[in-house]
Design a protein around this ligand. Structure first.
Ligand SMILES: [Zn+2]
Length: 304
C-alpha cells in the first residue's frame, strides 16, 4: 500500500506540483512520482510506501547492480571508495567538533564501518540501525549492542558530542519526531552532521529522472541547500557549514549513466564524476551530495 501525503513535510502547505517521475531501477522497476511543494519548493516522493511496506524495497539481490556479472566489480569499487571516504568522514568529525575523541551517535549506522573507524580512534560509539541483517553485522564488528529504534532506547539526553546521519535523513518516515529526538540527545554545544544528496545540483539537472540519487521509493525526500535549512529551523537547528562529499559523485554518476544508457561504463562514469565535482567547485552548494554541519540554536533551547 502506498500512502499519500496531503501536507508538505517541511511547511505543511497542501498544494504540490508534479516534479519528476522516476523509476526504481534497483529493486521493483516501478515508477514513483516526486512532487514539489508550491510554497517552499521542498521535493518529496508522493505517494510513497508506508513505513510497514518500505522494507520490501530494500530487499533485492540486485540492490547494487542489475547484472550479476558486473555486480562484483561495482561492489568492489564501491568498497574501495567507501574505505577512503570513511577516513575522510572521521577527519570531518574531528575537525568540526574540535575533538580528537568524544561520544558519537551514528543514526542509521548500517554495517557499522564508520563507527569502527571511530572506535579505533578512541571515540565512544553508539549506533542505531533498523535493518536487522546490517544491525547484526555492526554488532559483530563493533562488539556492542546496536539499537533498532531511537524511540525505544534509554540514551541519555544531551549526551553526544557528535551525531551523524550519512545518507540517512532522506529515508526516515517519522522525520520531525526523529530530528527532535536527535536534538534532545545532542549536547548543547554538540554538532550534527547530515549528508544528503542535493537535487538542485548540476548533476541532478544533467541526469534528470535517471539521477541515481533520487533512488525512489527508498528516498522519501529530496533535499537541497535551500530546503534543508527550512526543515531544521523548525527544530531550532542551524546549518553552520556546507561541505562537499566528492567521493559520492563518482558512484552516483556511474549509476546514473547506467540507468540512462543501460550500460555500465567505468571510464565514462569516472569522467562524469570528475566533471560533476569540477562544476560543483565553482559553487559550494552545487555538489551532488552535501555534508551539512549543524548546531543547535542555544537561544531557543528549552529551559530546564
Ligand atoms: Zn512546503
Amino acid at each position: 500500500m502506498l500512502e499519500n501525503l496531503t501536507n508538505c513535510p517541511v511547511c505543511e502547505h497542501d498544494y504540490f506540483s508534479p516534479f519528476l517521475v522516476c523509476k526504481d531501477y534497483t529493486v521493483s522497476e516501478k515508477e514513483f512520482q516526486i512532487v514539489a511543494c508550491q510554497n517552499c519548493d521542498f521535493k518529496f516522493t508522493n505517494p510513497r510506501p508506508s513505513a510497514e511496506e518500505i522494507g520490501k524495497y530494500y530487499h533485492s539481490d540486485n540492490y547494487i547492480s542489475h547484472s550479476n556479472t558486473k555486480k562484483g566489480i561495482l561492489a568492489q569499487i564501491y568498497q574501495k571508495v567507501r574505505k577512503i571516504s570513511l577516513q575522510a568522514k572521521l577527519k570531518h568529525i574531528q575537525k568540526e567538533s574540535q575533538l580528537e575523541k568524544g561520544s558519537i551517535l551514528d543514526y542509521g549506522c548500517g554495517t557499522g564501518n564508520f563507527l569502527k573507524i571511530c572506535q579505533e580512534n578512541n571515540w565512544e560509539v553508539t549506533g542505531i540501525e533498523p535493518e536487522e541483517i546490517a544491525r547484526k553485522q555492526a554488532e559483530d564488528l563493533l562488539k556492542i549492542n546496536i539499537k533498532e529504534n531511537i524511540f525505544e532506547t534509554e540514551l541519555k539526553t544531551k549526551s553526544f558530542d557528535v551525531i551523524t546521519l550519512w545518507h540517512v535523513l532522506e529515508h526516515i518516515h517519522l522525520l520531525d519526531e526523529t530530528i527532535e529526538k536527535l536534538r534532545e540527545l545532542l549536547k548543547p554545544n554538540g554538532i550534527l552532521l547530515i549528508a544528503v544528496p542535493n537535487c538542485a545540483s548540476a548533476d541532478a539537472k544533467k541526469w534528470k529522472e535517471y539521477w541515481a540519487a533520487y533512488d525512489v521509493p527508498r528516498h522519501l525526500y529530496h533535499f537541497t541547500p535551500q530546503t534543508l535549512p527550512l526543515l531544521l529551523k523548525k527544530h531550532s537547528i542551524k546549518i553552520d557549514k556546507y561541505m562537499a562529499m566528492p567521493y559520492d559523485s563518482y558512484y552516483i554518476s556511474l549509476l546514473s549513466r547506467k540507468y540512462k544508457t543501460g550500460k555500465l561504463n567505468f571510464l565514462n562514469g569516472f569522467f562524469d564524476g570528475l566533471q560533476s565535482n569540477q562544476w560543483a567547485k565553482k559553487n559550494s552548494l552545487n555538489f551532488s551530495s552535501v555534508l551539512y554541519v549543524c548546531s543547535c540554536n542555544i537561544a531557543n533551547f528549552p529551559k530546564v
